[in-house]
Design a protein around this ligand. Sequence first.
Ligand code: HEC
Ligand code: HEC
Ligand code: HEC
Ligand code: HEC
Length: 136
Amino acid sequence: MSRKVLMCVFVAVFFCVAGISIAADKGPAEMTLQAEKDKAKKPKPAVFPHAKHQEFAQCADCHHSAKDGKQVPYEEGQEIGKCEDCHYKGATMPKGLDSFKGAAHKNCKDCHKQAAEEKPELAEKFAKCMPCHPKS
Ligand code: HEC
Ligand code: HEC
Ligand code: HEC
Ligand code: HEC
């Protein structure tokens, strides 16, 4: 191999490794969300294409942290916990937010509702419990 080629390979490998270490942990691309702490009698998992949402939504639209019981807005690079770490029955939380179901329904459904208002073609896709709880 000529020196020039070797140099190119070296540079390519360097940027590849650097790129991996710089990229933040974006979490799994596809998820099935299921409460563990306060699971419903008849569990109802929700499908969630995480990577697809990252294409058009901001991390801060869904993730945040907390201090002294108050919500702290998302900061780039912060540690990301499970919703259920804070939203569960028995947590000091306003009613409706004290479960994974409650927190998720507010976060997911509010945005879907708004999106369907802006893009009527989404209304059918977002009808009732779809597309989150597809009938199995
Ligand atoms: C935009 C997405 C979305 C829509 C629409 C939605 N849900 Fe959910 N739902 C979720 C997510 C996310 C969870 C959290 C997962 C969990 O609690 O297991 C959840 C949780 C639940 C749970 C608790 C399940 C469990 O195993 O503990 C029930 C019950 C439920 N939803 C019922 C409904 C019903 C009924 C509808 C329609 C009227 C509906 N949901 C519409 C996303 C959605
Ligand atoms: C539309 C909402 C939404 C957006 C946008 C979003 N996420 Fe998530 N993310 C979630 C949900 C919901 C979970 C599952 C949390 C759980 O299991 O309780 C999750 C899980 C994760 C996890 C795994 C956490 C764990 O411990 O299991 C990481 C890491 C993560 N997200 C990073 C990111 C980053 C970085 C961005 C922005 C580039 C982002 N997310 C954008 C909703 C979102
Ligand atoms: C480190 C703890 C913590 C984690 C993790 C967490 N939350 Fe929260 N969240 C809070 C606190 C604290 C509040 C404020 C409650 C209040 O109004 O008193 C809050 C408020 C909310 C609200 C209502 C206010 C708003 O922003 O609309 C929603 C919806 C919500 N969280 C959804 C989620 C979802 C979905 C996840 C997981 C992707 C999540 N939270 C993860 C602590 C947390
Ligand atoms: C910030 C806004 C926003 C939030 C928050 C959000 N979504 Fe979505 N979601 C969308 C939009 C917009 C689409 C439609 C994308 C398209 O088809 O163009 C979508 C599509 C989907 C789809 C269908 C994907 C497909 O390939 O057809 C599922 C399933 C879904 N969302 C589940 C969820 C769940 C579960 C949550 C909460 C954990 C959630 N979403 C939170 C905006 C949001």
